[in-house]
Design a protein around this ligand. Sequence first.
Ligand code: HEM
Length: 370
Amino acid sequence: MTLLHDLTGAPPGMTTRSLLLRLSAIGVVLAAGAGTFAYAGGWLSPGALTPARIVDRLEEVNGRHPGFRRNHAKGLCVSGRFAAGGAGARLSTASLFAAGQVTPVEGRVALAGGQPYAADAETTVRSLALRFRLPDGEEWRTGMNTIPVFPVRTPEAFYDQLLAAKPDPATGKPDPERLKAFFAAHPESAKAAALIKARTITSGFADSTYWGLNAFRFMAADGSATPVRWAAVPERASAPENAAQAARADKNFLFDDLAAQLRQGPLSWHLVATLGRPDDAVADATLPWPSDRETVDLGTLTLTGAEPETAGHCQDVNFDPLVLPDGIAPSDDPLLSARSAAYARSFTRRAGEEKSPSAVAAAPARGAGL
Ligand code: HEM
């Protein structure tokens, strides 16, 4: 057998012509592979939206803050457990939904935006990201926000909206003309913005509902797939935001309140899945599903502690929404793969950078025994 045959895996009796055909086929495959990578890197089409360009834009609007997440930059690590009630087991084979199963959870609460030292404000969107560690080494990672719908439908709109909403240094507010032009080009975002504006803002992290926003699919043992959106709904009654809170001198009052509440005892949320019907939008996170959709209480998430962001804690985690256990699958929502790719890019950048202390870890209240 010749070296050429070794490389192509061609049987020794193959003719030169068929050998050339096979080689050209290999060439096509290689070219296609190279094309895929070139596309992902944005090398072939300079105008293409890539994960790097999304993260560059986050840096452009927020400034560069080495070592920090490029979005949801200000945060605090939390930990606890998820106890399944068993109602999810008919919908999904994921082992964490089996009745009685208790799964350790690590997470992170944060404020949306790329400013790690911004003062806490009630109106800033809050988030809860979770990493469930299943017994067989599987993981489920999810990030949820305190808004009922997402402001954009596509990665391209996310990219455009970042610039449209960038505060003008002179006024501290977005340029109204630019914002108007964005909403005119994206009527779905104008509708979503109205729903987001109308939401009830609660007093803190502990009494907030966190929505997963993107649709996923629960895969059952019989092979059926159910479209779902999930949310963490607090057990604690929600109190409305209180204007006096924002007047406090403590610039980390939302995080400090949560840490103090956790020092007093655990906080619980119900993980609730809303089941979509076949004609419900799964690829448009700006659209709410009708309010009469069936909901299933999957179990109780209990947070028991908080730790400042440092190496070894949630600082080193990428809450990639496509890290899913068997029994949960992605939907066709185009935001999901864009999120996964952009989070990886943000993670890679921040992992290689010098770290500055988190604003939350530096707060005086942390000395009181976080
Ligand atoms: C194309 C759309 C989106 C892009 C490009 C994007 C981008 C990002 C980036 C770059 C990060 C920082 C990741 C890291 O360094 O670890 C982040 C964090 C986060 N995003 Fe998104 N995001 C998008 C949509 C969403 C949606 C739909 C949600 C819905 C729930 C969401 C929730 C979160 C949360 C909760 C975090 C904080 C995770 C943590 O605490 O580490 N994002 N996002």
